[in-house]
Design a protein around this ligand. Structure first.
Ligand SMILES: Nc1ncnc2c1ncn2[C@@H]1O[C@H](COP(=O)(O)OP(=O)(O)O)[C@@H](O)[C@H]1O
Ligand SMILES: [Mg+2]
Length: 434
């Protein structure tokens, strides 16, 4: 279970899944193993204490926005539960959600798309008052709107209230969006990359405004970002997401000063050093984020992880990346000869074999053995129990994958989903011994 705040929680998420059906890509489904489903959120559990700021951090495509939207009932859960103040909100109809909307608000990334260009700022910000039947008269509503505008720094309000979005700068538009989000006095605010589309010069100001508002209004805050530096500034706790799962969660101090998951470590190493005279190796994880419609077996991060070992979920298809790395080291003619031995794309491997499409299985096996000898420390080999030639392929006997789960690390208020810390039966690691 993830770390739990001591206070009774405002929001409880339990084993939440949000899957999207893929519309296109029928061909990819036929040739590959893709299920035709994107597991955007894939088993997330977490709780939010009243007044806390939780950061959702991860690379693009990790499921942050989907989780944020699910929290507010803007996308429906495929399975699992979300309770708000003890009340289940998954499966509610829009009409049942409406009374809750006052409490649950969102600020989106793109302020230009968030405001209706044909409505004045005053009308956009005040519309929710009308919808919820708040405010005795048009005048009362107008003064509530003016107060909200001034609160977000659009002051004097009279200068902004009758303007159209096109007359405002990006930063001013985002302030108007924030005014609209707070005018109903919400309890939970989800801000999805609220500064990433703004000019550098206003980012810190908008973040500072959000920080002031959350203190003054006692908001519980979910701050979604791919930017670790702003999460460090803004959040109490941080959840690191990778391919729809939380891989590590804990207080900001632990996540930044003592990161545990190899992915968290890699993310932190990838943050550019503000001091250009220091040449720290920017050790990005190898390869790219895998396709969420066809995620890796076991731990989703294992193909990119330099600490991965036996139980992490190695598959024959992972050999492709190892060969691609090899081919950046060898001379071009060797690359040309070797790459002909195996096919490209999804036909490269099946669940238990590598297809020898352009050469004999014996040649492919020799290539693999040569690579294993050249780079014995490659983590993949810890997952390979045996290789043998069969009729048209190289059979790969892999160690069984074990799915890691988010579990507390001894002695810290941190949970991490990694076999290094919670090794399966029969595996012992340096981390688990210490
Ligand atoms: N409406 C949608 N339909 C299909 N797939 C989607 C949709 N929205 C997001 N996805 C997919 O879900 C995954 C997570 O997306 P998202 O939640 O936007 O992640 P993030 O905000 O971290 O970038 C991605 O693979 C993305 O392509
Ligand atoms: Mg997003």
């Amino acid at each position: 279970m993830p770390t739990k705040p001591d206070v009774a929680s405002l929001v409880e998420i339990s084993d939440l899944h949000v899957h999207y059906a893929l519309r296109t890509n029928a061909v990819a489904r036929l040739v590959g193993r893709s299920s035709g489903t994107v597991r955007a959120v894939d088993g997330v559990s977490l709780s939010l204490a009243p007044g806390e700021v939780l950061g959702l951090v991860g690379e693009s495509g990790s499921g942050k926005s989907t989780l944020g939207r699910a929290l507010l009932g803007l996308v429906s859960a495929t399975s699992g539960s979300i309770t708000y103040d003890g009340r289940e909100i998954t499966g509610l109809r829009e009409s049942q959600l409406r009374p809750l909307r006052r409490d649950l608000q969102m600020v989106f990334q793109d302020p230009h798309a968030s405001l209706n260009p044909s409505m004045t700022v005053g009308r956009s910000v005040g519309d929710a008052l009308r919808v919820h039947g708040i405010g005795q008269s048009a005048d009362a509503r107008r003064s509530a709107v003016a107060a909200a505008l001034e609160r977000v720094g659009l002051a004097p309000a009279e200068r902004f209230i009758d303007k159209y979005p096109a007359e405002l700068s990006g930063g001013q538009k985002q302030r108007a969006v924030i005014a609209r989000a707070i005018i109903l006095n919400p309890k939970l605010l989800v801000a999805d990359e609220p500064i990433s589309m703004l000019d550098m010069s206003v980012r810190a100001k908008i973040l500072g405004l959000l920080d002031t508002l959350r203190q003054e209004l006692g908001l519980t805050f979910v701050y979604i970002t791919h930017d670790l530096a702003s999460a460090r500034f803004f959040c109490d706790r941080v959840a690191i997401m990778y391919l729809g799962k939380i891989v590590e969660i804990g207080p900001v101090s632990e996540i930044f000063e003592n990161p545990r998951h190899p992915y968290t470590k890699a993310l932190l190493r990838a943050v550019p050093d503000p001091d250009p005279s220091r040449t720290v190796a920017r050790d990005l994880p190898r390869g790219e984020i895998p396709d969420a419609a066809d995620p890796p077996l076991g731990c989703s991060f294992h193909p990119r992880c330099s600490s991965a070992f036996g139980p992490c979920g190695w598959e024959p298809r992972d050999v492709r990346m190892v060969l691609e790395q090899r081919w950046t080291r060898v001379p071009p003619d060797q690359y040309a000869a070797e790459s002909k031995l195996v096919s490209d794309g999804p036909r490269f491997a099946s669940a238990d074999a590598i297809h020898a499409s352009g050469g004999s299985p014996g040649e492919v096996l020799a290539l693999l053995e040569d690579e294993r000898t050249a780079r014995p420390d490659e983590p993949l080999w810890k997952g390979v129990a045996g290789m043998s030639v069969s009729e048209r392929s190289v059979r790969m006997e892999m160690r069984p994958a074990v799915e890691p789960h988010l579990r507390p690390v001894d002695g810290a208020d941190v949970s991490v989903s990694c076999h290094l810390y919670h090794p399966p039966e029969g595996y012992e690691t340096r981390e688990s011994r210490s």
